[in-house]
Design a protein around this ligand. Structure first.
Ligand SMILES: Cc1cc2nc3c(=O)[nH]c(=O)nc-3n(C[C@H](O)[C@H](O)[C@H](O)COP(=O)(O)O)c2cc1C
Length: 484
């Protein structure tokens, strides 16, 4: 008689996360095999293609373009190359997230390169997606955007670390979609908790290659709260229109990513764990936040590649950035209407008028900074050359902080995704706010490390989860998009 022994990750909630984090902590610099890079864009057969209008305002065209459209070209003068960029940041500009969209008449894939949508399945699949959400909106959404990661798109470069970036990028895109919705005048909802298998199978994605990581619901179709029960399931539908160039499986290439993504698939009731004790020290008051709208950062945002002018910024501007980081949002974790619930914004102040340099936790209730007792000095950290150059010039560093382990008790390994997404949402809101205030900002993931954690005064299970430098742009780092 043969015994089937389940892998530990399948039975102990949080075990896949623990193994994944241990591997990230132990990882060494690896040679990048650029020849292993898969195509930059995913394409479906042209049958059923709808080219979206480029100039006149349109929904969903403007929403998709504002999320993932190819909107910017940047010259790298030294390398004599042009890089095509998109509106929201992405680790290494590799853009692993593809977008699908469920409309009244069909499920489509967004072809970013051509600003078109290709039909994946005819029919109205919004009720199927609606039913798959842990906290669905009361009414059937006008449309549902489903972002999914192509694991190998950035996995060939970042290996297992790619999943961390993908999860953070879902949070970045969530912040982006909320700002876009505000600009377009349509209410958006952000969903990170759903039935993975139902969404994967609707989209026809192999979970060893691609993973659905979120859903963005938009507007409503009716004024009533009646949501039709899904009449269609994926079983009674024809197989989806698929691309000839399926992304490669990462099951053997990135086994820890594969295990963590699979372990996070189970839906959990999700009661938030109590917040871990945070450092308490002298309180430094911030002035009233300067009035800043995130929507004003959309068109001009771009990551500076030549550091910052080492100039102080007004404290009211930092107050505005932090207030946006800590603001509530229409998410599907309990409590997000008031504030992010899995991370807390911290800040390393370097050049802010009237605020002593140092490490602080932002207290959203009082709008004040609480000194953590950390040194604020991260110079001895193992940093990449561009971080080492830009860090001393930045005015401040925004760092979302959280406990990566405790939430697994209630949310299982899904906690990893949820928390990384919130970290991405927080830093992207900070980047949009900084841009709207006339500053510039860049994520430097290498800034999250044990030296930073100590410099921030973090104790126990608290860890830095992202690291956003912000400050005054150097001349020449202008960004223009067609998102205006
Ligand atoms: C999750 C995430 C992690 C990132 N990590 C780094 C990093 O470690 N170092 C860096 O220089 N840039 C980092 N970036 C910035 C990207 O390189 C940048 O967004 C990308 O080149 C696209 O350029 P853009 O932001 O100007 O649109 C990160 C961006 C994201 C979204």
């Amino acid at each position: 008689m043969s015994h089937v022994v389940a892998p530990p990750s399948a039975v102990v909630p949080g075990e896949a996360t623990r193994q994944y984090l241990a591997a990230l902590a132990a990882r060494k610099r690896e040679r990048i095999d650029w020849s292993a890079a898969p195509p930059t864009y995913k394409r479906y057969p042209a049958k059923g293609r709808v080219v979206l209008p480029w100039r006149e305002p349109s929904l969903p065209g403007d929403l998709l373009r504002g999320l993932l459209g190819v909107t910017r070209a940047e010259w790298a003068h030294g390398a004599r190359t042009v890089r095509l960029k998109r509106p929201a940041p992405s680790g290494g500009a590799l853009y692993p997230i593809e977008a699908y969209i469920a409309l009244r008449d069909g499920l489509y894939h967004y072809d970013a390169a051509h600003h078109a949508v290709d039909l994946v399945r005819p029919g109205d699949h919004r009720p199927v997606l609606h039913a798959a959400l842990a906290r669905p909106p009361a009414v059937l959404p006008e449309l549902v955007v489903v972002p999914a990661a192509v694991f190998w798109r950035n996995g060939f470069k970042y290996k297992e670390f790619a999943y961390r970036l993908q999860c953070q990028e879902i949070g970045v895109l969530s912040a982006q979609v909320l700002a876009l919705g505000e600009r377009l005048g349509v209410p958006m909802g952000v969903h990170w908790r759903f039935d993975d298998a139902a969404c994967q199978s609707l989209l026809g994605l192999d979970p060893a290659c691609e993973g659905v990581l979120g859903a963005f619901t938009c507007g409503t179709t009716t004024a009533t709260s009646h949501v039709p029960a899904p009449t269609a399931t994926t079983e009674n539908h024809p197989p989806p229109n698929t691309t000839d160039h399926l992304p490669p499986s990462v099951a053997d290439r990135l086994p820890l990513l594969t295990a963590l993504h699979a372990a996070g698939a189970a839906p959990h009731p999700g009661v938030l764990p109590p917040a871990p004790p945070s450092p308490r020290g002298p309180v430094v008051r911030l002035p009233a936040p300067r009035a800043v709208r995130l929507t004003d950062g959309l068109a001009r945002r771009g990551s500076p590649d030549n550091g910052f002018l080492p100039r102080p910024i007004p404290a009211g501007t930092l107050a505005a950035v932090l207030a946006h980081c800590a603001a509530g949002y229409p998410g599907d974790l309990p409590g997000t209407a008031d504030a992010p619930v899995t991370v807390t914004p911290y800040v390393l102040v370097q050049r802010v008028t009237g605020i002593p340099a140092g490490a602080y936790r932002y207290d959203r209730r009082t709008g004040a900074l609480v000194a953590t007792g950390g040194t604020g000095d991260v110079r001895s950290a193992p940093l990449q050359p561009n971080t080492r150059l830009a860090l001393p010039e930045a005015a401040a560093v925004v760092v979302p902080v959280g406990d990566q382990a405790t939430g697994a008790t209630a949310f299982g390994d899904r906690w990893y995704r949820l928390q990384q997404a919130e970290a991405g949402l927080v830093v992207h809101r900070a980047a949009l706010a900084a841009t709207a205030a006339g500053l510039t900002a860049r994520i430097h993931s290498d800034g999250t490390n044990p030296v930073t954690d100590a410099a921030l005064g973090l104790a126990g299970p608290l860890r830095s989860l992202s690291f956003l430098l912000l400050g005054t742009a150097r001349p020449g780092s202008t960004v223009t998009t067609s998102l205006t």
